[in-house]
Design a protein around this ligand. Structure first.
Ligand SMILES: Cc1cc2nc3c(=O)[nH]c(=O)nc-3n(C[C@H](O)[C@H](O)[C@H](O)COP(=O)(O)OP(=O)(O)OC[C@H]3O[C@@H](n4cnc5c(N)ncnc54)[C@H](O)[C@@H]3O)c2cc1C
Length: 343
């Protein structure tokens, strides 16, 4: 095939839409069981109204915008409708284990066999790589460690003493849900949280995208677009601040069997540590292509890997948002058309 697309989330489906309208042959691989990209796995209490905003895919708007429904359901239904509307034949569940380069072009090794491709659009998101920072004593903890990737709502925390780690929207949402049922909660972050008056608007979105774009142009690890937008002061958040639920403490120094301990020796007795510490790009299968540079990231020129014009990364760095993914897909397919189709 001309282009192998890995991942059928917002980014991969957007790429499929533009590839359908191009002369390039392609296939989309996804290891998840159903349509929906990472959204199918998000916790049921993350309603559509609680997301930053789920942007339309190109060519077919998301018409069910009931803010009370779980985003996982709404988006999965939408993506299934989208795949059918544009005849996008997603091969699933197919896990891509590696991509290698050779004289005949790229070889995409999958759980369903090997495929040859002239170029690659990688759109594997971040959900498959939850980030767990290390703190001394982590392995000695007698309670339970959980990541937001495993969070299914507040019920599992009833009567427990819970530490939530992380300064993003997921931490705030979890605290507001858990505090009413937990025995006690503590919120710890590395830096003081940045609260934003007013809604999450285009201006703020653009500023954080620009910041991440500059990082990947320089070959640094991207950081998160959605995480870089700051925290919105909703009515619920204001109430949480007033009630002391969102009183932030600095990071603890270490973990002991019975809880977490700060540098001054203060301990918070803990049953569960919820790590709301984000995700990293799921790119392990691209390791044989040796794309990472000395800065620890992959130097990018738009959506194209600077060192290999056959490889585009969508949903990486500045395009890691539902709006960014669609725009990036158009650019990537146009670039690959120029590279692969003789003028
Ligand atoms: C909790 C949370 C809330 C968010 N809320 C918002 C929001 O409100 N608005 C917004 O714009 N963005 C939000 N984001 C960012 C969001 O992840 C992106 O906007 C968007 O959903 C990512 O789309 P994607 O296509 O890049 O990745 P994904 O939706 O993650 O899709 C990647 C796909 O690749 C597949 N895959 C991965 N590895 C392989 C492999 N090796 N082989 C085969 N298949 C593979 C996965 O199964 C998955 O289906 C949020 C992120 C998180 C974590």
């Amino acid at each position: 095939m001309d282009v192998a697309v890995i991942g059928a989330g917002q980014a991969g489906l957007s790429a499929g839409y533009f590839l359908r309208r191009s002369p390039l042959s392609f296939a989309i691989f996804d290891h998840a069981p159903r349509p929906g990209g990472a959204w199918q796995f998000r916790w049921p209490t993350l309603t559509l109204g609680a997301t930053h905003n789920v942007h339309d895919l190109p060519g077919l708007p998301l018409d069910d915008r009931d803010p009370a429904r779980p985003a996982s359901e709404v988006v999965s239904e939408y993506f299934a409708r989208y795949e059918a509307a544009f005849g996008l034949d997603v091969r699933r569940p197919v896990d891509v284990t590696s991509v290698t380069d050779g004289p005949g072009g790229l070889t995409v090794a999958t759980s369903a066999g090997e495929y040859g491709a002239r170029a690659l659009i990688n759109a594997t998101g971040t959900w498959d790589r939850p980030f767990w920072p290390y703190y001394p004593g982590r392995e000695t903890f007698a309670g339970r460690h959980l990541h937001t990737a495993d969070y299914r709502g507040p019920d599992a925390f009833a009567g427990k003493r819970v530490v939530v780690v992380g300064g993003g929207a997921s931490a705030v949402q979890a605290l507001l849900e858990i505090a009413p049922v937990a025995a006690a909660t503590a919120w710890v972050t590395r830096r003081p949280p940045v609260w934003n008056e007013g809604p999450f608007d285009a201006e703020r979105g653009r500023a954080s995208v620009a910041r991440v774009a500059e990082r990947v142009r320089r070959g640094l690890p991207p950081g998160s677009v959605v995480g870089a937008t700051g925290l919105t002061l909703t009515a619920d958040v204001r109430a949480g601040i007033a009630a002391g639920v969102l009183r932030r403490r600095p990071m603890f120094a270490r973990i002991v069997p019975s809880g977490v301990v700060w540098a001054d020796g203060t301990e918070f007795a803990t049953d569960v540590v919820l790590w709301a510490t984000g995700f990293r790009a799921a790119l392990d299968h691209l390791a044989p292509l040796a794309l990472r540079g000395p800065g620890g990231g992959i130097a990018m020129d738009g959506t194209r890997v600077a060192s290999d014009p056959r490889v585009h990364l969508l949903g990486y760095g500045p395009s890691a948002s539902t709006i960014g993914a669609g725009r990036a897909a158009r650019t990537a397919v146009r670039d690959l058309g120029r590279l692969l189709v003789p003028a």
